[in-house]
Design a protein around this ligand. Structure first.
Ligand SMILES: [Zn+2]
Ligand SMILES: [Zn+2]
Length: 110
């Protein structure tokens, strides 16, 4: 909750002050993902997780936000103010999750 970057299971294990079993971390991530509390973004073949955000203060529904990857410094940033639209798919297509990554140059590298 305190980070503005999406984290992988490995990242979380490394950041934990209290060391716990890796499989506990992965199991927790899976269970939070199943409960729609997390969104995933796959960056360079690595699955990273981020908290889903409330649409607005009055909405109980959480939404996926856009991620941005800088092509110079390789940093990935949560763009929590940019929510992924609820696109209407053609008939017969069923959405399971959004993977929305914008590539470009970050503020610092510009
Ligand atoms: Zn950058
Ligand atoms: Zn994010």
């Amino acid at each position: 909750m305190r980070t503005n970057v999406p984290l992988s299971g490995k990242d979380i294990c490394e950041k934990l002050v209290l060391k716990c079993d890796k499989s506990t971390v992965y199991r927790t991530l899976n269970s939070l993902f199943d409960k729609n509390m997390l969104q995933r973004v796959i960056i360079d073949h690595e699955v990273k997780y981020a908290l889903r955000d409330k649409h607005n203060a009055n909405s109980a529904q959480e939404a996926d936000h856009v991620h941005f990857k800088c092509m110079k410094c390789e940093k990935v940033i949560c763009m929590t103010n940019l929510l992924v639209e609820d696109y209407t798919l053609p008939e017969g297509y069923v959405k399971k999750e959004n993977q929305f990554l914008i590539m470009g140059t970050c503020k610092e590298c510009q």
